[in-house]
Design a protein around this ligand. Structure first.
Ligand SMILES: *Cc1c(COP(=O)(O)O)cnc(C)c1O
Length: 277
């Protein structure tokens, strides 16, 4: 979203970027105040990929409606993890990605409410009502549809299972590594998301050693991996570059178990103990 906004700015559009608080939430009042006469679009991430913050979507959409502005949300992290009802929530446009909810890679979707005009994003054939050129990826589309159906049916179990693992992990980390800092809050957080900064160990080293133990985690987001810049998300919630570089983001999935969490916590403790010597 940020990069799209930067591109729009290069094309002459004006973009206002909102601040977030320590937990990563925007302030709806700040949003309301930053609306100008010529504002045409509000776009706010439904849920953050790094710290799991779930924004107050219905409050945002109410403000957008009040001023007759189209509201788009990147719901890639939210789809399959929290209930979404575009009509009830007043969402005009929403994007999602298949592989984040167990669909195949290479498929995603853009929802746009009837009556909203938008430009096609590439030229070519007239497929998909002339909005997306190219022969449709039928296998991917069917896979995404099925994944959404399964996600909807499983949502209750999915949420409680992931939340249980996450809360168990957070509790154990707080107990065993008292100087660990939880990034983001506990309220309105994606059920499977955790993000701790461990001041006593180098972030890259921790990831590397966890990987050697068969544990896949990340420092920031995949989109920024390989760059040495601190995560813009962690910077925006007020973390120093130092603590941002020591963040470990762990997201749990449906196949994970409590034993996995035990193994994960033991591994982190062992690595931190060893790095102290
Ligand atoms: C993963 C992700 C994307 C990018 O989706 P891809 O299909 O993996 O390119 C965009 N936004 C958020 C919030 C994400 O988590």
């Amino acid at each position: 979203m940020l990069n799209t906004c930067h591109t729009l700015e290069k094309q002459g559009f004006k973009v206002t970027y909102l601040n977030v608080n320590r937990q990563g939430f925007i302030d709806p009042e700040e949003l309301r105040k930053s609306i100008k006469n010529d504002t045409i679009l509000i776009t706010i991430m439904f849920a953050n990929n790094e710290i799991g913050t779930i924004q107050p979507i219905e409050m945002i959409s109410k403000i957008a409606k009040m001023y007759n502005i189209i509201f788009h949300t990147d719901s890639v992290q939210a789809c399959g993890n929290v209930p979404i009802d575009v009509q009830k929530m007043g969402i005009d446009s929403l994007s999602l990605s298949g592989h984040k909810l167990y669909a195949p890679k290479g498929i995603g979707a853009l929802y746009v409410k009837n009556g909203i005009h938008f430009e096609k994003f590439m030229d070519g054939g007239h497929q998909e009502r002339d909005k997306r050129a190219g022969t449709e990826n039928v296998a991917g589309i069917v896979g995404l549809g099925k994944a959404c159906e399964i996600a909807t049916n499983n949502l209750k179990w999915h949420m409680s299972h992931l939340k249980e693992l996450r809360d168990y992990y957070i509790e154990k980390i707080k107990e065993k590594i008292p100087d660990a800092i939880l990034n983001g809050g506990m309220e309105n957080r994606l059920p499977g998301n955790s993000n701790f900064s461990f001041p006593s160990v180098d972030g890259e080293e921790l990831l590397f050693l966890l990987d050697a133990k068969g544990i896949c985690a990340s420092a920031g987001s995949a989109c920024t991996s390989g760059s040495s810049k601190p995560s813009h998300v962690l910077s925006s919630i007020g973390l120093s570059d130092e603590l941002a570089s020591k963040a470990l983001r762990v997201t749990f999935g449906e196949d994970n178990t409590k034993e996995d969490v035990d193994y994960l916590v033991d591994s982190i403790c062992e690595i931190i103990e060893r790095s102290k010597k």
